[in-house]
Design a protein around this ligand. Structure first.
Ligand code: OGA
Ligand code: MN
Length: 281
């Protein structure tokens, strides 16, 4: 029996899943496996109008893997983090302006944790204009390289930091802000991630600061060129949110960003993060 009805949204990333009964989400192991398989195949799954209760979202995510509780304290339900620029809804909202740049969640964890495998967002309030979430495949980004580039990039390593991603949206930090950013350890990752499945992807985005052993400016120019090539409009799925939509993306193979929206917007997404069990290697 087919558990999910899946329709691809673009040729490289994203699929819409319909016919799902939210009541079954939390209690059905087979459904969890079907979602994980569909996620591996499509990178992003869109569930229109599910209207999940936050508790059900967390229960559903438990079917997909270990939940990240490290950002708890901003919502009454454990495992839920409100993604909003409204400081009255989330006291750490200022950091979230960095979601306006292409990135991969979990490249700069607080410890040695593996990168977050999947991120789930449900729309509680949407922006009046802008605020779409955009996605591009980082597997496709690798596949589109020339053979010479694949060879040249195979041994490159990149240092990622919270400071790099925050500086892009806050180029003139106060000493206190800078100290907070720098308290988060930097992480060195290969440019090319060879996954357990054998697939390869590029590890790019706002947290990528410099390439080890390369002139910093030259390295940054290369990282930004690769990001531009990975995210041209023809390669992007842009999700235009309606209240009640739920979207899951796979940080192993997808870059994402929020399209600009008014910083005073009430836009609020409820996020749950599923931890990975595989290092970037
Ligand atoms: C995130 C994120 C994008 C958005 O929650 O990790 O990048 O559209 N969100 O809010
Ligand atoms: Mn993100």
């Amino acid at each position: 029996m087919t558990l999910l009805t899946i329709n691809k949204l673009t040729s490289s990333v994203g699929a819409e899943v319909t016919g799902l009964d939210p009541g079954r989400l939390a209690g059905d192991d087979a459904l969890g496996t079907a979602v994980l398989d569909a996620l591996e195949d499509n990178g992003v799954l869109v569930f229109p109008g599910l209207h999940l209760e936050p508790e059900v979202q967390v229960e559903f995510c438990r079917r997909l893997g270990e939940i990240d509780f490290s950002s708890d304290g901003h919502h009454r339900v454990a495992g839920i983090y409100p993604v909003t620029l409204d400081k009255s809804k989330n006291s750490s909202a200022a950091y979230l302006r960095a979601t306006f740049d292409w990135h991969i969640d979990g490249c700069t964890p607080t410890g040695d944790d593996y990168p977050q495998m999947a991120t789930v967002l449900s729309a509680k309030q949407v922006a009046e204009s802008g605020g779409e979430t955009e996605f591009a495949s980082s597997y496709a980004a690798y596949d589109a390289l020339t053979d010479a580039e694949k060879q040249r990039f195979a041994s490159l390593r990149v240092v990622h930091s919270l400071e790099a991603s925050q500086r892009r949206v806050n180029p003139d930090p106060s000493p206190e802000e800078l100290a907070r950013w720098r308290a988060r350890p930097t992480h060195e990752h290969p440019l090319v991630w060879t996954h357990r499945t054998g697939r390869k992807s590029l590890v790019l985005g706002a947290s990528a600061d410099y390439i080890v052993g390369m002139d910093p400016e030259e390295g940054r120019a290369l990282l930004s060129e690769l990001l531009d090539r990975a995210t041209t409009a023809d390669k992007v799925y842009s999700h235009h949110w309606a209240v009640g939509d739920t979207v899951i993306w796979d940080n192993r193979g997808v870059l994402h960003r929020a399209a600009r929206y008014d910083e005073n917007s009430p836009r609020e997404m409820l996020r749950t993060t599923v931890l990975g069990d595989e290092p970037i290697q």
